[in-house]
Design a protein around this ligand. Sequence first.
Ligand code: NAP
Length: 247
Amino acid sequence: MLEGQTCLVTGASRGIGRGVAEELGTHGANVVVNYRSSEDLAHEVCDHIEDDCDGEAVPAQADVADYDEVQTMVEGVREEFGGVDVLVNNAGITVDKKFESMTREDWDRVVDVNLGGVFNCTKACFEDLCDAEDGRLINISSVVGQQGNYGQANYATTKSGLFGFTRTIALEMASSGSTANCVAPGFVATDMLETVPERVQEKILDRIPLNRFATVDDVAGIVRFVASEDAGYMTGQILAVNGGMEW
Ligand code: NAP
C-alpha cells in the first residue's frame, strides 16, 4: 500500500500515465495528475481516483518541456502535500519519420519533451525524493530504446538516453536510500500506438511472443510494484514489460 505517499505522474490524462495514476491512487497514494492540454480528461482521472480510492488526487497543468512551468507545478505540490515521494516521468511524444526526412525541428521536439521533460521534473523533485529516504524515481522508457525502431531515430534516442540517466541518478541518490529505475514497456494499446499504421502494427504483433499488445494495466502494476516498499533494494534497473520481445 502507498498510503501517505505523494506521487506525481507526468502525462497522466491519458494512456499509460492515466493507468499508473489510477493504480497508485487505488493503493492509497495521493496522486498529482499532470497534463499538458487535456484538462477535462485530467479532471476525470482525479474524480475517478477520489471516488473509488483512498487517496486524494489533484490535476496539475504543466508542459514538462518548460522548466519554469515544472518548477511552479512542483512548488504547488509541496504546498498541498508537503513534497513528492514518487515521481513517475511518463509524459512522452513521438514524431515518426525516416531519418532522411527527419528535420532538426522533429528531433528537437521529441528530445525537448522526452529528455528535457525528464530533466526538468527530476530536477524540481530531486531534493524531495532524497529527503523522503525511500523516494522513488520511475522513468518510463520503451523497448524501442533497447531495440531501435524504423522511423523513430529521435524517439529511440530519447528512450535509450533514459537508461544512462536512470543509472546515474540511482548512484547519486543511493546514499539517501531512495531509488531510481526504468520501466521499459513493449507496445501498449494507447493513443500513441494508434498513430502506427495497421500494417506496421500487424508486423509488430508477429514479433511479440505473448501475441498481444500490452494493456495499460500490464504496465501500471509493475510501476506500482517499483513504487512500493517491496522494491526498496532494487535501483538502477530496467524492467522490460514487453511480452517476451528480445533485445
Ligand atoms: P499517450 O497516450 O499519447 O499519452 C501521452 C500523455 O503524455 C498525455 O497525458 C499527454 O497529455 C502527456 N504529454 C505529452 N506531452 C506532454 C508535455 N509536454 N507535458 C506534459 N504532458 C505531456 O502516450 P502513452 O502511449 O500513454 O505513452 C506514455 C509513455 O509511455 C511515453 O513516455 C511513451 O514513450 C511510453 N511508451 C509508450 C508505449 C506505447 O506503445 N504506447 C510503449 C513504450 C513506452 P495531454 O493529454 O494533455 O496532451
